[in-house]
Design a protein around this ligand. Structure first.
Ligand code: HPA
Length: 272
C-alpha cells in the first residue's frame, strides 16, 4: 500500500465515487464534537458510508465522532458530511488527521466547511454561540505539509494570509447578521487548558480555543479549496467560570445551535 497521503486520498475518493455512484462532489462539511444535528439539516441523505470501507481512514475514537460519511443532496449540490473527525491527540499524525479533507478535495470539493466545539475565551461569547472563524493560531507545533510531498501537488509553502474565506464569511453574515467572528487557537490537547494558558491566549489575540480544525484548514488551503470555519462555544475557557470543563457538557451544549447552523449552511452552500 502507498504511503503517499495524496495518492491515498485519490484512492479513497475513487472508492467514494464507486460507493455513491456520484461523479463528483461540491462541498464537504466536517462535523465537530456535538455537531451531528447539523447533518440532518443539510439536505437529503442518499447514503451513509463507513470510513472503514473507503481505505486510508483512521477510526475516530472520541465520543460524539461517528466513523462514517454521509452523501447528501442539497438541491443540485452533492455534499459530503463527515460525521466525525480524528484528532492529533488520538495519536494520529497530521496526514491521518487531514485524510478526510484531502479525500473530499480529490473527490471534487472546492468548499470545505470545518466545524468544531470550542472554549470561549472572548467573554462576549456565551455558551451555545456559533462563531465564524476569522483566522487561527496553530499551537500544535505540527503541519500536514511536512515530510515527502509528491511533485504533482502544489508547493508546501502555502500562503495562509486568508485561511478562512472572507467571501464565505460575508455570505454567512448576510444570512445571519448577528454571527460574530473570532480567532481560533488550535492546541494539541487532549487536556483542557490552564487558566494561565487561557490568559496567555487572550493576550495573543485568541477568542476561541479547541483541539481540531487547524491541520484540516491548512491541508484544504494547500490544495486550493475555500474554507469556512465555524466554532460552537460549548463552555467558557478555563478560569472564566467556576465550573469544571466536562466533555459531556461540550456535547450537550452544541446540539441545538448545531442544527441551526446546519440550516444556515443549507442556504449558504447553494449560493456558491
Ligand atoms: N478547550 C479546548 N478545547 C475545547 C474546549 C476548551 O475549553 N471546549 C471544547 N473544546
Amino acid at each position: 500500500m502507498t504511503t503517499d497521503p495524496f495518492a491515498l486520498a485519490e484512492a479513497s475518493a475513487a472508492a467514494l465515487r464507486g460507493q455513491t455512484g456520484a461523479e463528483s462532489f461540491d462541498a464537504a462539511v466536517v462535523l465537530g464534537s456535538g455537531w451531528l444535528a447539523a447533518a440532518d439539516a443539510l439536505g437529503t441523505t442518499v447514503a451513509e458510508i463507513s470510513l472503514a470501507d473507503l481505505g486510508g481512514f483512521a477510526q475516530p475514537s472520541v465520543k460524539g465522532h461517528a466513523p462514517s460519511v454521509r452523501y447528501i443532496r442539497m438541491g443540485k449540490l452533492h455534499i459530503l458530511a463527515y460525521l466525525g473527525r480524528i484528532h492529533l491527540y488520538e495519536g494520529h499524525d497530521p496526514n491521518a488527521v487531514t485524510h478526510g479533507v484531502r479525500t473530499a478535495v480529490a473527490a471534487g470539493c472546492r468548499t470545505i466547511v470545518l466545524t468544531n466545539a470550542a472554549g470561549g475565551i472572548n467573554p462576549a461569547f456565551g455558551v451555545g454561540q456559533p462563531v465564524l472563524v476569522s483566522d487561527h493560531i496553530n499551537l500544535t507545533g505540527r503541519s500536514p505539509l511536512t515530510g515527502p510531498l509528491p511533485p504533482q501537488v502544489p508547493s508546501r509553502f502555502t500562503d495562509l494570509t486568508e485561511v478562512y474565506s472572507g467571501r464565505l464569511r460575508a455570505m454567512a453574515r448576510e444570512l445571519d447578521p448577528a454571527l460574530p467572528e473570532g480567532v481560533y487557537a488550535g492546541l494539541p490537547g487532549p487536556h483542557f487548558e490552564t487558566p494561565a494558558e487561557i490568559r496567555m491566549l487572550r493576550t495573543a489575540g485568541a477568542d476561541l480555543v479547541g483541539m481540531s480544525t487547524v491541520m484540516e484548514a491548512i491541508a484544504a488551503r494547500h490544495l486550493g479549496a475555500e474554507v469556512l470555519g465555524i466554532s460552537l462555544v460549548t463552555n467558557p475557557a478555563a478560569g472564566l467560570s467556576q465550573e469544571p470543563i466536562d466533555h459531556k457538557d461540550v456535547l450537550a451544549a452544541a446540539r441545538e445551535p448545531a442544527a441551526r447552523v446546519g440550516s444556515l449552511l443549507a442556504e449558504l452552500l447553494p449560493r456558491g
